[in-house]
Design a protein around this ligand. Structure first.
Ligand code: NAD
Length: 464
């Protein structure tokens, strides 16, 4: 079996950083080099202020860095000595319409660039692993680049090892994954076995599955599509709840107790966001269209449309509750990250909600425990929202002071634990509480004097 002593991970982002930190902790005899062309990001990984927030990550990196975990901007030097190269670069969607299909094709530019670097620099026999989320047959593309640009005796092995971590619980997910998938073409069994042996140090054998390359690539896309579909399904039911006077929390409980359905991922919300679900769904829709599977493409596209509709309906309900003239209305926003446990704001639904309210003239006071002020400003400006009415606050209480309404847009536990009586005293009256994630106790808020609007439950003020 190929012996793996040195691992190089190209891409020091939300996947590359935490993945190698956990692997380094579990494999003390293996050296891990995490490399990136973004020198500022590498400098941050080498500093006390890591470029990303994940619970438990700071301690983990602190323990391993300088021992068997190294961060560097010298990509080629790290690739040259690696026995195994993980490709964990970003795969953003390309320009819609560029390929005549009218949709955004998957962005493989970074993956291709890495494959060329690897072909030029890696040692013969090195194992190249797709960790980025890619469309089916990207492994073939990588193998071709390695063959065309590499030395004649290159004989690189290409594997697919998609990452299933969830931001906010990345360290826990990497330490205790539900499954590790290792895909390969016939003839790559030794390489698959070498990668399996690395994971087997801490992942139970029955959770490591080997399969064909295209199955592994598709399993990742399909998993994200199924997760997104589940969110859109419960959100679709939440719209019915609001109309008929049912409560989505009760309905979800009633459904989730069926073991065939299960309880997880059945929380209604303002919609999913983040760097993966929408992107991977769009990639799947593109793939289906390019294969001539139009009905299948339409099916998955509807999951995305349902998500957009959910956020739009939420905004309409806020506007109905506050009255049509929002100019100068003071609104507190609690949470801006796309989910709790992370400072990531990529594709966050909170930005859509904030952008719409700013366009209607509202004055927003935003607080998020993990998202820096500049990141909030940059994101809203990039979405063409007028930033004049925006104030970024250092605490939830500062944000609610003087506000007519408070919106919970990220389900951070600290918002559920807020002293809501104090918040009510600080706000202008009548005060409105809008819960985009069903983490607040509506009844208790109403006893304090709030009017309430919650996802998945009828509100006298928003749905009359
Ligand atoms: P990211 O944007 O946080 O990090 C990617 C890094 O790759 C960036 O720092 C970028 O500078 C670097 N990079 C790009 N091109 C490069 C090149 N040619 N050479 C060297 N470095 C280069 O992205 P991420 O969130 O870590 O996601 C990476 C991949 O993993 C994506 O395909 C994504 O879909 C997938 N994924 C992400 C998550 C998640 O929760 N973020 C989970 C599972 C899978």
């Amino acid at each position: 079996l190929p012996r793996i002593q040195q691992v190089c991970c190209i891409g020091a982002g939300y996947v590359g950083g935490p993945t190698c930190a956990v692997m380094a902790a579990q494999c003390p005899d293996v050296q891990f080099a995490v490399v990136d062309t973004d020198a500022a990001r590498i400098a941050a990984w080498n500093s006390a202020a890591l470029p990303i927030y994940e619970p438990g990550l700071e301690e983990l990196v602190g323990r391993q860095r300088g021992r068997n975990l190294h961060f560097s901007a010298d990509v080629e030097a790290a690739v040259r000595t690696a026995d195994l190269v993980l490709l964990a670069v970003n795969t953003p969607l390309g320009q819609p319409g560029a390929d005549g299909l009218g949709m955004a094709p998957p962005g493989l530019r970074s993956v291709e660039a890495c494959a060329r670097t690897v072909a030029r620099t890696a040692k013969p026999g090195a194992i190249i692993v797709e960790k980025s989320t890619v469309l089916c047959h990207t492994g073939e593309l990588i193998a071709r680049i390695l063959q065309d640009h590499g030395p004649p005796d290159g004989r690189f092995q290409v594997l697919s090892n998609p990452e299933f971590l969830s931001e906010g619980t990345a360290v826990r997910d990497l330490l205790r994954p539900d499954r590790v998938i290792i895909g390969g073409q016939p003839g790559s069994e030794d390489a698959q076995e070498a990668l399996r042996a690395l994971y087997a140090r801490w992942v139970p054998a029955e959770r490591i599955v080997t399969m064909g390359m295209w199955s592994a690539e598709l399993a990742k896309l399909a998993s994200n599509a199924l997760l997104a579909q589940r969110v859109s399904s419960i959100n679709a039911v939440s719209a019915v709840c609001e109309a008929v006077g049912a409560d989505i929390a009760e309905v979800a409980r009633g459904c989730g107790m069926d073991s065939r359905i299960g309880r997880d991922f059945l929380r209604a919300s303002i919609g999913f966001g983040g760097p993966c679900l929408s992107k991977d769904l769009m990639g799947l829709v593109w793939l289906c269209e390019s294969l001539g599977l139009h009905d299948v493409a339409t099916y998955w596209d509807q999951v995305l449309r349902m998500n957009d509709a959910q956020t739009a309906r939420f905004v309409r309900r806020i506007v109905r509750a506050l009255g049509p003239d929002l100019s100068g209305a003071s609104v507190a926003v609690l949470g801006f990250a796309y989910k709790a446990g992370t400072g990531d704001t990529r594709n966050t639904p909170a930005a859509l909600v904030c952008g719409e309210l700013l366009k209607l003239g509202a004055c927003l006071a935003v607080y998020d425990p993990k998202v820096p002020e500049q990141q909030i400003r940059d994101y809203l400006v990039a979405g063409r929202a007028p930033a004049t009415g925006l104030r970024v606050c250092a605490s939830a209480y500062e944000a609610v002071a003087g506000a007519r309404a408070v919106l919970v847009l990220t389900p951070w536990p600290e918002f559920a634990a807020l002293d809501w009586a104090r918040a009510h005293r600080l706000m202008a009256h009548p005060a409105l509480a809008v819960d985009g994630h069903r983490i607040l106790d509506d009844r208790a808020l109403e006893l304090l004097g709030f009017s309430t609007v919650s996802v998945g439950v009828r509100s006298s003020i928003a749905d009359s």
